[in-house]
Design a protein around this ligand. Structure first.
Ligand code: ADP
Length: 241
């Protein structure tokens, strides 16, 4: 199997706080993995380190074999990142914004229009191309966030809480959309919501207070048990602390 993400004994400290405490995991090509844990577990910190936006304290991260620190350019080229709040320029139209992102991500000028058209189709925002982003609903903003992550056709998609703040209908649509992207892309998504993982992922890595407490397929994790009870048992101490 071809590893797309290799994390080895990763540690992240913010001053005195050890947010990530020596985690290791591998994600192989084509997998769709949920990075699940309660608030404060270290999910966003890990996602931001994987993308190269946040420096790590110890350990190594490789993306498609490239070290995120020493081969940052090669690693980052392969990543599409959707942060919890997508970085949208609200006074731009959807189309202009995606053309702008395509340019800064190095999509060659002659391919940009076709590429932008393709991601707008994939994320079903074609009818919003001329809309100013400030006027989009939260669900559409999230789709544009996903479209900008996809615009350079990255091998790996890193999604931080992709359905945060959406209403139930929008949540179902975004999950479907993520599922439809599987196959072509390797995906890791962080969430504190268990159904997010069971709805969209093949495998879950459960993190609690900076440590991995479980890493298995959804079927393996549940193994006849109620998955919600497993998750609560694994993370209960954090809730009580
Ligand atoms: P999650 O995404 O799982 O909610 P985070 O990665 O945001 O968790 O946070 C993990 C821990 O690190 C928390 O205790 C949080 O308070 C702390 N933390 C996160 N970012 C910073 C920061 N910039 N400075 C100091 N502490 C931080």
């Amino acid at each position: 199997m071809e590893p797309v993400i290799q994390v080895d004994r990763l540690v992240k400290r913010y001053g005195e706080i050890e947010a990530v405490r020596g985690i290791s995991f591998t994600v192989n090509k084509g997998e769709i993995v949920g990075f699940l844990g309660p608030n404060g577990a270290g999910k966003s910190t890990t996602m931001r380190i994987l993308t190269g936006y946040l420096p790590l304290s110890e350990g190594t991260v490789r993306i498609a074999g490239h070290d995120i620190e020493t081969e940052a350019r090669e690693a980052k080229r392969r990543i599409g990142y959707m942060p919890e709040v997508p970085p949208l320029y609200l006074d731009m139209t959807v189309f202009d914004y995606l053309m702008f992102v395509a340019r800064i991500k190095g999509v060659p000028a002659r391919e940009r229009r076709a590429r932008v058209a393709q991601v707008m189709e994939q994320t079903a925002i074609g009818n919003m191309a001329r809309r100013i982003m400030a006027k989009l609903s939260k669900g559409y903003k999230q789709r544009v966030g996903l479209a900008q992550a996809l615009v350079n056709n990255p091998e790996l998609l890193i999604l931080d809480e992709p359905t945060a703040g959406l209403d139930p209908t929008q949540i179902i649509e975004i999950r479907k959309l993520i599922r439809s992207l599987a196959g072509e892309h390797t995906i890791i998504l962080s969430t504190h919501i268990l159904p997010e993982v069971t709805a969209a992922c093949d495998r879950a890595i459960i993190i609690d207070r900076g440590r991995i407490v479980a890493d298995d397929s959804i079927a393996g994790l549940s193994a006849g048990r109620n998955l919600e009870e497993v998750f609560i048992a694994l993370t209960m101490q954090a809730e009580l602390a």
